[in-house]
Design a protein around this ligand. Sequence first.
Ligand SMILES: *Cc1c(COP(=O)(O)O)cnc(C)c1O
Length: 357
Amino acid sequence: MTQRLFTPGPLTTDARVRDAMRRDWGSRDAAFIALTADLRRRLLDVANGADSHVAVPLQGSGTFVLEAAVGTLMGREHKLLVLINGAYGRRMATIARRLGLTVETLDHPENAPVDAARLAAALAADPAITHVSLVHVETTTGLLNPLEAVAQVVERAGRRLLLDAMASFGALPLDLAGTPVAAVLASSNKGLEGPPGLGFALVERTLIEQAEGRNPSLSFDLHAQWRGFAADGQWRFTPPVQIVAGLVEALRLLETEGGPQARLARYQRRFDRVAAGLEPLGYRLYLDRPLQSPIIATFVPPSGRPFDFAALYDRLAARGLVIYPGKLTDAETFRIGCIGALEDADFDDLVNAIAEG
Ligand SMILES: *Cc1c(COP(=O)(O)O)cnc(C)c1O
């Protein structure tokens, strides 16, 4: 039975992406070196960052590259302000603390966007803060944070912005020529619709140049990783060759589709279908509509009757429809991912299957 994943990644991949992975590459071979160069160029192009940033892919999941970026770009002389309105903001704070960095948090409710005015006040009050981190789309709920406003506040205050764009990259347009972001951190298996196994950082060239020798970790040193690519086009350590090939194919498909703008429209159409199908059944969106990104939606089950997520999950999974549990501490919810290589009809099938319950 084919699996249809209504999840925030790993997600349903296109057959062409899976086909692109059906061969072997030698990691030092010219063909694979060219593939890596193509990958790095395409990643920058998605965010219009070729003039200002460098692309540094890293083996592992998205969290690996978050940890690598914080460890490489920040040191004991720095202080990080973490903007939090969900689990991924909290994870960023955990990473920075584990690295022994000085960390401050600005906490918000999980159903409210990051407040740029509060951020401006916090930066004005504490000149020691050198870096700010933001989660663009908080996958905990699907909430879209106000990147543009935050980036402008950070820029005006003369600090650096680290952006966890894991859930948004490839789907929400990002223009690094116009939006000041020091480092964009994302992975292969979300809006890019590639296979899981690779994270990447788009880092301002001047910033990565200054980061030599800062990260005490060998594997997670993004400066050394970047130097490796710059020197001979090769990966320092065994690259996930099939994942690179699958991701390059996924990036080609993104280009063919019309780029992030077109992809966002596709996700929005699906989100609207799911919401329009589930709301009459008594399921309610957890977030106010203006805060909701079409990447992933959090639903609150109908009130007045018991809700058994495990039973719903099993009933859907028996038909190859995979949904996602909620991640909120204070409310019973579940999530539907709207990303991935699925058809609109797949979302109708999902709504119909839920309705039969
Ligand atoms: C997926 C995701 C990550 C990284 O998670 P991994 O499981 O390590 O890939 C980080 N931040 C956000 C917002 C995410 O959606």
